[in-house]
Ligand binder design. Structure first.
Ligand SMILES: Cc1cc2nc3c(=O)[nH]c(=O)nc-3n(C[C@H](O)[C@H](O)[C@H](O)COP(=O)(O)OP(=O)(O)OC[C@H]3O[C@@H](n4cnc5c(N)ncnc54)[C@H](O)[C@@H]3O)c2cc1C
Length: 444
């Protein structure tokens, strides 16, 4: 017989008699829910990281324009601000009958209601070698690693002489891939001459590969074409209708059979539900996302909601963006309040405010709900303003404003890249290993 603790056992002592709500994930969706719940429930937020990450600006960290701390904010501090408790830990199991979540450190937390807001991770669609040999842009750690390998590649180029090349491939031409390619092009075309005077801009090649016939597929055709033209004008080798079959340590193999050299390959081709979601015993839909009913309850258990990137409606899959996550988080919290008061839940409906993507300095596309579209400098200023406003914390806003201003105003005349570390990129590691073997290194 299954035991269901009543009231649920909580390994964190939380004073009070109100129901316990556990929220898995301190991102957009989880934080939106906390704000609505705290004060009326005992809320515990669990996240595997001690910070919440502002993913939309990670590409700026990866291209040395923002500092990693600009896009991260203490999870403990933000959660405490709303009167909730924070627990660092990775959720590895959910028991809907016992109403318990299990963490990677063997502890368990009981709940009356659970909100799963665990986000997404990279989807590799079975492309051989992609998981091993590409770099991702989904976490702060990945962005730092990418920045350091980019730095390592440029450092090697500075020593290697005028005939050497450093080739970067970005796989996936949606917003993340376009933003990454555009930012790398800005870096190559402007910052390089002051930060790496030994290197000529032509030695750095940037390639963007997209299997569809257009970049930015969710945007209107005019905005897609504008983005492609802008990237091409900035010297990005845009390859549309090109699928990748395999990724190696220093190359990519296209479906056509053509093999291209690539020192650093960045995967921006798609996302699936956060890694452990498949082990939680909840029904999964496309890309491993947890299937939710119209009121956002996960299909099956009555007290579990799923929101944001990890969730998918059976009839209406929403894009994996910040707005759906925020609105879903708020809605799930409102349903928990209704259930606690003995009222029935109501269905979620998404209010589409529009989408935007930046291409590079003074260039972006904005597609608002309705027919309003704009692009170029005005769109770019709107993009900068929105991202600064939605960053968490005034200190982060100010430091991001300074760093972005520095990036876009001073790069031409002495403004440097934010210095990180230098790590040998994958293709160069291979060459180093090969040369070590060729010279009998390690046999002494
Ligand atoms: C590079 C990049 C650029 C983007 N740009 C934009 C943009 O310009 N505009 C836009 O609207 N959207 C953008 N997005 C998408 C947007 O960031 C996501 O849609 C949004 O973050 C989803 O919110 P969420 O709450 O579902 O998940 P997240 O914000 O990702 O939060 C999930 C949290 O769950 C935690 N977690 C995961 N698994 C576990 C576990 N097992 N146990 C405990 N904690 C766990 C994670 O550490 C994380 O803190 C971008 C995403 C990326 C990666």
């Amino acid at each position: 017989m299954q035991h269901r603790p009543e009231p649920p056992t909580t390994e964190i002592p939380v004073a009070g008699t109100e129901p316990v709500v556990v929220i898995v994930g301190c991102g957009f969706g989880g934080l939106a829910a906390v704000k609505q719940l705290a004060g009326r429930f005992r809320v515990i937020v669990v996240d595997k990281n001690i910070y919440t990450t502002f993913q939309p600006l990670l590409y700026q960290v990866a291209t040395a324009g923002l500092d990693p701390s600009d896009v991260a904010y203490s999870a403990r501090a933000i959660v405490a601000k709303y009167g909730a408790r924070f627990r660092r830990g990775e959720v590895i199991g959910i028991d809907p009958d016992a109403q318990i979540v299990s963490l990677d450190d063997s502890s368990q937390i009981g709940y009356d209601y659970l909100i799963v807001a665990a986000g997404a991770s990279a989807a590799f669609y079975g492309v051989a070698g992609a998981a091993e040999h590409t770099r991702g842009l989904y976490t702060r750690r990945e962005a730092i690693k990418l920045r350091d390998e980019l730095t390592g590649g440029l450092e090697q180029l500075a020593l290697a002489g005028p005939h050497a090349r450093f080739v970067m491939t970005i796989v996936g031409g949606n917003a993340t891939g376009v933003e990454m390619a555009g930012s790398l092009a800005d870096l190559r075309n402007t910052a390089l001459r002051t930060s790496y005077p030994e290197v000529d801009a032509t030695q750095v090649e940037i390639r963007l590969v997209e299997q569809q016939q257009h970049l930015l597929m969710p945007f209107d055709p005019g905005l897609r074409d504008y983005a492609a033209a802008q990237l091409t004008a900035r010297g990005v080798d845009v390859r549309l209708h090109t699928a990748i079959k395999e990724v190696g340590p220093g190359s990519i193999l296209l479906d056509s059979g053509e093999r291209l050299h690539s020192d650093l390959t960045v995967w921006a081709a798609g996302v699936r539900a956060a890694e452990p979601a498949g082990k939680w015993g909840l029904e999964q839909g496309k890309a491993g996302r947890l299937v939710v009913e119209p009121d956002l309850r996960a299909r099956g258990p009555e007290r579990i909601f799923a929101v944001g990137d990890v969730a998918i409606g059976a009839d209406d899959p929403l894009p994996q963006l910040a707005q759906p996550a925020l609105q879903m988080g708020r809605h799930a919290a409102a349903q928990i309040r209704r259930l606690a008061e003995g009222e029935p839940t109501v269905p979620f409906s998404y209010h589409d405010k529009g989408i935007m993507a930046t291409i590079g300095r003074s260039s972006a596309v904005v597609q608002l709900a309705g027919r309003l579209r704009f692009r170029g400098l005005i769109a770019w200023l709107a993009w900068v303003a929105l991202h600064l406003v939605t960053l968490l914390g005034n200190r982060n806003r100010i430091s991001a404003l300074i760093n972005l201003s520095w990036r876009y105003v001073s790069w031409n005349h002495g403004g440097g890249l934010i210095v990180g570390d230098q790590v040998v990129p994958p293709s160069k590691q291979l060459q180093a290993d090969d040369s070590a073997q060729a010279h009998g290194a390690g046999v002494l």
